[in-house]
Write a protein that binds this ligand. Structure first.
Ligand SMILES: [Zn+2]
Length: 117
């Protein structure tokens, strides 16, 4: 299943991130959430993705105002890849950070403070 809002692939009826019920399966061209990393690691990762010819896009986690306040060095980026590249990109992430991409709960565990802002 695939959540269009969170760009998350998951098993079961509900998205683990937003709780929305999904109505469709993931397509090869769907953008999927890969990982969230501080800028220094996301730069490193996107370099490797480029070397492997994996298309991606990144999105800053914080709004522009907050990014200025805390400094761009502390900005975190979410990286998305197409579903057909997700497994390959996931292997790269695993090799780079040793963080499993098939564990959305673990990936999102450190994001709770953001929701209370
Ligand atoms: Zn969702």
């Amino acid at each position: 299943m695939y959540c269009e809002r969170c760009r998350l692939v998951f098993d079961g009826g509900k998205c683990p991130e937003c709780g929305k019920k999904s109505k469709r399966d993931v397509e090869p061209d769907d953008a999927c959430f890969l990982t969230e990393q501080p800028q220094i690691f996301s730069d490193m990762l996107t370099d490797i993705l480029e070397q492997n010819s994996i298309p991606y896009y990144t999105k800053g986690v914080y709004g522009a105002g907050l990014a200025i306040k805390i400094g761009p060095v502390n900005e975190r980026f979410r990286i998305y890849v197409l579903y057909r590249d997700l497994e390959r990109a996931g292997d790269i992430v695993t090799g780079l950070f040793e963080s499993p991409v098939d564990d959305p709960a673990g990936l999102f565990a450190d994001q709770e403070d953001r929701d209370t802002k």
